[in-house]
Ligand binder design. Structure first.
Ligand code: NAP
Length: 274
């Protein structure tokens, strides 16, 4: 039997990376469209406080949690603080960082941070919340924000793409393992989004919303939340991205790799060590 879409009204939903871009927009729509309460996680306290002030409306609450997810101690604190607030119904694991540039120029500290944020923190939070939802039997779910970058090797974002391949594969495997338990795991794999991440890459000078499947954060957040509510195992937002995703699966590497590399060539930032 098909289950009804998840109703987040009055429920607590955790959003990591809520200080900017897609995460900020999902937090905003969760409150303003879905009537949810949001646990907003990121490093930049001023941004989280401003978001809470903007969104709190007498019905929904926004609880900022300042945390560096590259630090396992902070990850454990996020788990404790979130579930102490009330019953959590959704965990949106969206925080992520990238590295644009030649793979050999990425220093190890930057790589370790990327791996800790995009992979280790995501797995720890996912395990914590999936077990919590199973124990609560509250029809809760986890949304893992991946990327189309995970569908193929990506010159000049080599490590980032590899972490996103991990996220997609991990999320889809876990979704299968948890079938029938009532715990939902969804993966969201967008193409380009007009956010700080795209700006830092210099790609925002080349691509505006509408070009090459690049979306506004608003539209992308709407489609991410729709996929999550409908418990879709994998959502690729937008017709152009769906078409590109199919092409990435079918095209031979000798065609695909130079085409992808051309997107970045000429757009690499001078200081690509983030
Ligand atoms: N932009 C794109 O083109 C694109 C495409 C596909 C997928 N995505 C994915 O979408 C997600 C959101 O990215 P975005 O485009 O919205 O980028 P963004 O505007 O740069 O936002 C990234 C968010 O992650 C948070 N974050 C980064 N490192 C963190 C850490 N160590 N601890 C806690 N929070 C951390 C940042 O907050 P603080 O800096 O305040 O900590 C920020 O809120 C990412 O997973 C990204 O990989 C982006």
């Amino acid at each position: 039997m098909k289950r009804a879409p998840v109703d987040f009204r009055g429920q607590w939903v955790l959003v990591t990376g809520a200080s900017s871009g897609l995460g900020r927009e999902m937090a905003k729509q969760l409150v303003q469209v879905h009537g949810a309460n949001v646990i907003a996680v990121a490093r930049r306290q001023d941004r989280l406080e401003a978001l809470a002030e903007e969104l709190e409306n007498g019905t929904s609450r926004v609880h900022p949690v300042v945390a560096d997810l590259a630090n396992p101690v902070d990850v454990a604190r996020v788990c404790r603080e979130s579930t102490a607030l009330g019953e959590v119904r959704g965990a949106i694991l969206n925080a992520g960082v990238t590295y644009y540039g030649h793979a050999l120029e990425q220093d190890l500290a930057s790589f370790d941070k990327l791996l800790a944020t995009n992979v280790s923190a995501l797995v720890h939070l996912c395990q914590h919340f999936a077990k919590y939802f199973a124990q609560k039997k509250n029809d809760g779910g986890v949304l893992l924000v991946s990327s189309m970058a995970g569908f193929a090797p990506l010159p000049y974002q080599a490590a980032y793409a590899a972490t996103k391949a991990f996220v997609t594969s991990y999320g889809r495997s876990l979704a299968y393992e948890l079938k029938g338990t009532g715990v939902n795991v969804s993966v969201f794999a967008p193409g380009g989004i007009a956010t700080e991440m795209l700006e830092l890459s210099g790609l925002s000078r080349k691509f505006k919303p509408g070009d090459m499947g690049v979306m506004s954060a608003e539209e992308c957040a709407r489609l991410a939340l729709e996929g999550f509510q409908k418990r879709r195992m994998l959502t690729v937002p937008g017709a152009s991205n769906k078409l590109m995703a199919a092409g990435m699966k079918l095209a031979p590497n000798r065609v695909l790799m130079p085409a992808i590399a051309r997107i970045y060539e000429g757009s690499l930032p001078d200081d690509s060590k983030r």
